[in-house]
Design a protein around this ligand. Sequence first.
Ligand SMILES: [Zn+2]
Ligand SMILES: [Zn+2]
Length: 225
Amino acid sequence: MLNAFILIHGREAVLVDTGLPGHTRKIGKALATAGLDWGALRAVILTHGHIDHAGSAAEIARLSHAPIHAHEGDVPYLIGQKPLTRPTGWFGRIFRLTGMIERPYPKVAIDAPLQGAADATLSFWPDQRLTLIPTPGHTPGSLSVLTQDGQVLAGDLLSSGILLGGIAWRSRTQQPPFEEDTRHVVQSLQTLLDRGARRFYLGHGGPVSAGQVQRHVDWLIRHRL
Ligand SMILES: [Zn+2]
Ligand SMILES: [Zn+2]
């Protein structure tokens, strides 16, 4: 129901999102399956500061010594402030009652903060630069990771499938359970499309195509703004 991503380049890797607290072992196993260990991580990137994406970040930073990249806009969440949870529908309203999204998790120290609307580029692999693009909306400090060949890891800017995780109908896009500012979500998704994103990998569900994302943007404009 919840995706984190390992981008592998030769004997090195970048981790995008870290799952819930206690998911470290799962991610360690995934690295081992690829013949890698914690030392292979060049960077850990957090798409945003919700518990299901940043929950294991502190522990993974300790194990890997990799720098943590995130946007300054989500620092309050990363150091313990409860997130603003504005439900997008009935599922978000019920989910909020569980208190799960507001549970505290180990505080995360960011080594490389993105600021404002400025991109950052990770260029330790000359043939596969990663661009970190501020894409606010789901949270103020949400960011997306764009590869040179048009694949983008977009966190919770949108999701797909039923309920929280794309159990079925993974190609059907939808709003995630919470969204702080839908107008910013629309702008951020349009930015990614304009910058050549062709395939969107999501925190919940996915992947979906640029065409599906464009239809989601059009739907948001018609029904949610
Ligand atoms: Zn989220
Ligand atoms: Zn999420």
